[in-house]
Ligand binder design. Structure first.
Ligand SMILES: [Mg+2]
Length: 250
């Protein structure tokens, strides 16, 4: 039976230097546009990658866009789910057009709400002297979601923005959207954009191609849990948001 691992990348397979528990034996895994290394793998993470890569097909399942994925230096050879599930790349790097057109239609419907929220966030930031601005993340000429980061990396600023502006909006005009916040990253996404939906779609494609398959899902964030639940088995790295959430709620 063919086995597949749908795997989130950032903070699952590698992380920035600041998040590495020790500086020992780190190797660069992802690069910025200027070519400098920004994310690193520990010895254990490299060993885990080798173990999994030897046993099954790894499918990146990531918020990265195509450009950011191309700056990840790992030998993925199959499909890739990128843009939070908004785009699926085939093993030869070509876009799955059927999925892209489904998403284009759904994202067009969601765009008006996102633009309204950007305006609210920017007005609030201006008023409070908060330096972070909301950005609409686009790829393949499709607007997918909003992201806000604090340039000073003060997580409390994002917490406050979420509480004062984003959450009240979600409860009123934004019922068709959801929040993903992990560290210095506040994202607001249409509910129609999610990794789980793309994983389900791709699993069906893989079943058509290979017959019975076995799937594993792996991620670090609470927002990864849904796509992991679409798989036969779930793997969660130690020290992650998702694992501490589970431990505190059981
Ligand atoms: Mg992650």
């Amino acid at each position: 039976m063919k086995k597949f691992l749908f795997i989130d990348l950032d903070d699952t397979l590698f992380q920035t230097m600041g998040k590495c528990l020790s500086n020992e034996d780190l190797q660069p895994a992802a690069y910025l546009k200027d070519g400098s290394a920004c994310s690193f793998m520990t010895k254990q993470q490299r060993s885990f990658f080798e173990l999994m890569d030897g046993e099954m097909t790894l499918i990146p399942t990531t918020a990265r866009n195509r450009d950011a994925l191309s700056r990840v230096n790992l030998p993925f050879k199959s499909y890739a789910i990128i843009n939070y599930g908004g785009v699926i790349l085939e093993p030869n790097g070509v876009v799955d057009n059927i999925w892209l057109e489904i998403m284009r239609e759904d994202m067009n419907r969601a765009q008006y709400g996102l633009i309204g929220l950007i305006k609210l966030i920017d007005e609030y930031s201006e008023l409070r002297g908060f330096k972070g601005r909301a950005r609409l993340i686009e790829d393949f000429s499709i607007s997918f979601y909003i992201v806000v980061k604090d340039p000073n990396k003060v997580c409390e600023n994002l917490e406050q923005l979420e509480r004062d502006i984003v959450q009240p909006w979600i409860l009123t005009d934004g019922k068709e959207y959801f929040i993903h916040r992990n560290g210095n990253n506040l994202a607001v996404l249409p509910k129609t954009l999610n990794k789980a939906r793309a994983v389900t779609y791709l699993q069906k494609r893989l079943e058509c191609e290979f017959g019975d398959i076995m799937t594993f899902g792996m991620g670090d964030s609470k927002s990864d849990a849904r796509f992991m639940a679409e798989c036969d088995y779930a793997i969660i790295p130690k020290g992650t948001q998702l694992l501490s959430h589970i431990v505190t709620t059981v």
